[in-house]
Design a protein around this ligand. Structure first.
Ligand SMILES: [Zn+2]
Length: 748
């Protein structure tokens, strides 16, 4: 989870007048990540309602049949579950679907006897990447690769086709269908052919997710890419199932991102999922028949209604000499579960082309000349727009930024101006479509990209697209109470991945002064909604130790302590400007995050008692640099508001007022608390002898007692008499070494 959050490299620096342009560049920023997402993290990220939906879904799937699963837990294909779900949702359409299926079957048989048009069929395809700012937000390159793999397989141009065993060489088919990424949207506007939608339905991957976006199915094949495709690598629906208008909103293919294309978060081994699902979308059944269950004895009596694919039980391993129904199986068929698909057969080709040219589910409208023109895929690539992504936008002098071209379509030349006097231009062979640039001076830089091809050129500029800090931008000691100025600014940054509001100054409450910063979390409905507040650089290169002290206020959303909400405040630090953030402290709802009583209303702390505080002490060499930064991250679990105030950061030089970890106020304790006794005991550690004071205030802030102690070095134990009147008090322990800690002291 933490790594996930940190990989968001989007930060906003509002420089006067430039914010719009800056955000414009940042929106849709993609980071290419290795495929490390596992099933556990997927489950962790599911909301409770979606988890329920999944459990119900899995339960339903279990009743229908025993499942074949890949090593990552996904079943190879979810067509039949999706079909059953659809008919459970709309039972009245089952009959219509059956009729449409029979009609298309008759058409197919007729085509087998009368023959078919023999020409390349081109079909526009659009990808909807449904993501929650995680690795499922796959790169444009991965989508383009997925289309390439699909076409290569359909045209039998795959290099591994030479591995097809001799017995099936004669029936290998070039299907003569090609999919082209849309270059115009349904309104005719120039378009990259990829939509990116932020939604946590990416963790569900069901029909509700499809309803987020669908382009007309008579103009495009819709492909939705998500984190979790309802438990399958991917799924489609037969043309018959969606033939009637009512079900047209379900038409298309859903893919788990780790099974999309052969690069990025996917792999060559998993890259054939789209080929398999396009088979279904064009009316192909699994080689063993009309079910999701390979290996069942009764499959020998089932048929896929294709003459040249021998009857088979079906495979979930690549057993090339497999004979299951009295003849050699076509294990290398894309429509088996063997994961060594190399081919479609001539019989399958005929079936697919019949579906593609049938009025069933309006498939015949896709490949018409009119539609290819309308979707921009008829001829030459349309040079629409220059566009690029950066892997990060706030860096330090000497750091590099990766610029990735996102221009469309058919760009052959690139020219970059990095705004610092440097430029780079060239062709793809020169690596000009993906360039690193190292910034050697501080400042905000405007980036200009000009792209072109034979038909012309287009350009885009992004002001302040890269903000470069020097070391030690913030003065020390830092005392930040957010009293004046606007936040964020060029020294305090925020990141709001969902763009729904983030840390901002408020006069509603403060521990000291009149203002603090808060995240309005009470009305947030999105679990795992993250918000970041980050400092600019601080120079710790001369320090022996760093002390970070902060106060926060938070309450459960509810009427009592049972209404726990497990929101998290995470504090991370970096010594390398933010290339790597290390978590140093997490305050959780279930542990020490709550500082005040639960409230069902939007929480606002009313007085000092409603605040908690903490001190982080660091002395690891990797942090003692001039590029030290601190990050406060709030991750919502649908609880109440959080406030942050009095962020004090100090560089401590040994021998002056030094403490080590042992001497950190974070380790100081007060017990018992609450107390029913006449006293409580303060335990703390001092590295050097120092006078100490303990000040006790009542709830109204009135000082009721003050104690002094001249402490030696080492562990300390100090019994303090409790106030005689029961109540809630504030006890503040201060050492003349400059260390301090405050407790709420409850006397009963
Ligand atoms: Zn399938």
């Amino acid at each position: 989870m933490w790594a996930f959050a940190l990989k968001q490299a989007i930060e906003f620096v509002p420089l006067l007048g430039n914010l719009g342009a800056f955000i414009g560049v940042l929106v849709g920023m993609v980071v290419n990540w290795p495929s490390l997402k596992n099933a556990t993290s997927t489950m962790k990220r599911l909301t409770v309602p979606s988890l329920m939906a999944c459990l119900l879904w899995l339960a339903a799937a279990h009743v229908i049949q025993a499942q074949t699963h890949n090593h990552d837990g996904a079943s190879p294909c979810g067509l039949h579950q999706a079909q059953e779900q659809l008919f459970a949702l709309r039972p009245e359409t089952r009959r219509l679907a059956l009729d449409a299926e029979r009609s298309l079957e008759r058409e197919t048989q007729l085509a087998q006897t009368s023959g078919q048009r023999d020409e390349l069929l081109v079909i526009p395809i659009v990808f909807h990447v449904i993501h929650f700012n995680g690795p499922e937000n796959i790169s444009t390159a991965q989508v383009v690769d997925a289309v390439d793999v699909l076409n290569t397989n359909l045209r039998a141009l795959n290099a591994n086709i030479v591995e097809v065993i001799p017995e099936f060489e004669d029936v290998v088919a070039d299907v003569e269908i090609e999919f082209r990424l849309a270059q115009r949207d349904p309104s005719g506007n120039c378009h990259p052919g990829i939509n990116r939608i932020v939604s946590d339905l990416t963790y569900v991957g069901d029909s509700e997710m499809k309803s987020l976006i669908q382009w007309p199915r008579n103009k495009y094949l819709n492909v939705w890419v998500c984190e979790y495709a309802s438990g399958a690598a991917g799924y489609a629906l037969y043309p018959g199932s969606v033939a009637n208008n009512q079900n047209s909103d379900m038409d298309g293919i859903v893919l788990q991102h780790t099974y999309t294309g052969s690069i990025g978060t996917s792999s060559p081994y998993r890259s054939r999922t789209l080929t398999h699902e396009v088979g279904h979308w064009l009316n192909l059944r699994h080689t063993w028949g009309n079910s999701n269950n390979p290996g069942l004895a009764e499959n020998c009596d089932e048929d896929d209604n294709v003459n040249d694919t021998p009857n088979t039980l079906g495979w979930s391993i690549c057993s090339l000499d497999g004979v299951t129904c009295g003849s050699l199986d076509n294990v290398q068929n894309y429509m088996d579960y063997s994961y060594c698909g190399r081919m479609f057969t001539e019989g399958q080709k005929q079936r697919m082309r019949t579906a593609a040219l049938s009025t069933t589910a309006q498939r015949n409208q896709l490949s018409t000349a009119t539609n290819l023109e309308a979707t921009g895929v008829a001829g030459e690539d349309i040079l629409c727009a220059a566009s690029f992504l950066t892997d990060r936008n706030i860096i330090c002098v000497g750091d590099s930024v990766l610029f990735t071209d996102q221009s469309y379509h058919g760009v052959t030349e690139w020219s970059w101006d990095f705004g610092d006097g440097a430029s780079m231009s060239g062709l793809e062979a020169d690596g000009a479509n993906e360039v690193y640039h190292t910034f050697e001076t501080s400042g905000a830089f405007e980036i200009t990209l000009t792209v072109g091809n034979a038909s012309g050129e287009v350009s885009t500029s992004a002001e302040a697209a890269v903000y470069v800090m020097g070391g030690g931008e913030l003065n020390l000691p830092l005392e930040q109470g957010f009293e004046t100025e606007e936040y964020p600014n060029s020294l305090w940054f925020v990141e709001d991945p969902l763009e729904d509001g983030t840390w901002e100054p408020t006069t509603a409450a403060s521990f000291t002064g009149n203002r603090s910063v808060m995240v309005e979390n009470w009305s947030n409905t999105i679990e795992f909604n993250d918000d970041f507040l980050r400092t600019a650089t601080m120079d710790m290169s001369e320090a022996d130790q760093i002390q970070i002290h902060y106060r926060w206020a938070y309450a459960f959303k509810g009427t009592n302590d049972d209404s726990e909400t497990d929101d998290r405040l995470r504090v991370s630090v970096t010594g390398d400007c933010g290339n790597d953030w290390d978590l140093r402290r997490m305050h959780r709802g279930f542990t020490d995050l709550p500082s005040a009583n639960p409230t069902p209303f939007p929480f606002v702390p009313s007085d000092a008692e409603d605040w908690n505080e903490y001190t982080i002490v660091l002395d690891q060499p990797q942090y003692l640099t001039e590029n030290f930064r601190v990050q406060f991250e709030f991750e919502s679990r649908l609880g109440n508001n959080i406030f942050l105030d009095d962020i004090n950061i100090t560089a401590v030089v040994d021998g002056i007022n030094g403490v080590d970890e042992l001497g950190s106020p974070a380790l100081w304790s007060l017990a018992p608390n609450p107390t029913q006794h006449s006293s409580s005991t303060l335990r703390f550690h001092l590295n050097r002898p120092s006078p100490c004071q303990a000040v006790v205030q009542d709830a109204s802030g009135r000082e009721v007692a003050r104690h002094a102690l001249s402490a030696t070095s080492g562990p300390q134990q100090w019994n303090l008499p409790a106030p005689s009147v029961p109540g809630v008090y504030l006890l503040q322990l201060t050492s003349d070494l400059g260390l301090q800690r405050t407790w709420k002291w409850v006397v009963r």
